[in-house]
Each structure stands twice: as structure tokens, then as C-alpha cells.
Design a protein around this ligand. Structure first.
Ligand SMILES: [Zn+2]
Length: 110
């Protein structure tokens, strides 16, 4: 995936404010116009999951702190075969419930 400069992707670590090296971002899942990426801070090694989605209103993005590993998130995405509808549901869940949402989603997929 190419990170478009116009995308308002999370670009700084919420913990130490270091600028993310997006070359190190791992794409966990892509569906139509939505992409979920996992980014680990090279400075403090904290991780976030970010979702970037194209909507009728333009590009929306959300980053959240996670203690899941990239393997956890990939397993979740693979098992679920996430559709674009589900992807948006996840996005909404994350918006409303922040880090608990993805934890719960991961648990229920095991
Ligand atoms: Zn950091």
C-alpha cells in the first residue's frame, strides 16, 4: 500500500511523539477503500492499530493504542474474512469503544 500524503493517518506516536516510520507499518487488512495498519514506534516500541477508510465524506482515519501483537491482529483479520461492511463496523466499534473493541473482537474470534 502507498500512503497518500493526503491521508490523515496517525503520524506520531501518542506516547513519545516520535514520528512514525511508515515504512515499518504493516498492513493487516485491506478491503475496498479501507485499510487497517499496525504501526510499532521505533523509539518506545508501543504499538497502535490504525484504520484508514475512504468514505463519502473523504478520508477518515483512526489510530488506537493496542497491546495486541501484529500476529494477533492478522489472525483476527484472516479468521474473520472481514468484509467491507464488517470493516466499517470495526471502525465504528473502535470509534466508540477504543481499545476494548479490538480486544473483544479478537477474543471472540478464537
Ligand atoms: Zn513512541
Amino acid at each position: 500500500m502507498v500512503f497518500d500524503e493526503n491521508m490523515q493517518l496517525v503520524t506520531r506516536c501518542p506516547f513519545c511523539s516520535a514520528e512514525y516510520d511508515l515504512d515499518g507499518a504493516q498492513v493487516i487488512g485491506e478491503e475496498n477503500d479501507a485499510t487497517m495498519v499496525y504501526i510499532t514506534c521505533s523509539e518506545c516500541e508501543s504499538s497502535i492499530v490504525a484504520i484508514v477508510a475512504m468514505s463519502g465524506l473523504g478520508v477518515v482515519s483512526l489510530g488506537l493504542v493496542t497491546d495486541m501483537t501484529v500476529e494477533d491482529t492478522k489472525r483476527f483479520m484472516n479468521e474473520k474474512h472481514v468484509s467491507s461492511d464488517e470493516f466499517l463496523t470495526i471502525y465504528e466499534l473502535l470509534s466508540n469503544n477504543e481499545q476494548n473493541a479490538i480486544k473483544q473482537l479478537t477474543k471472540s474470534s478464537k
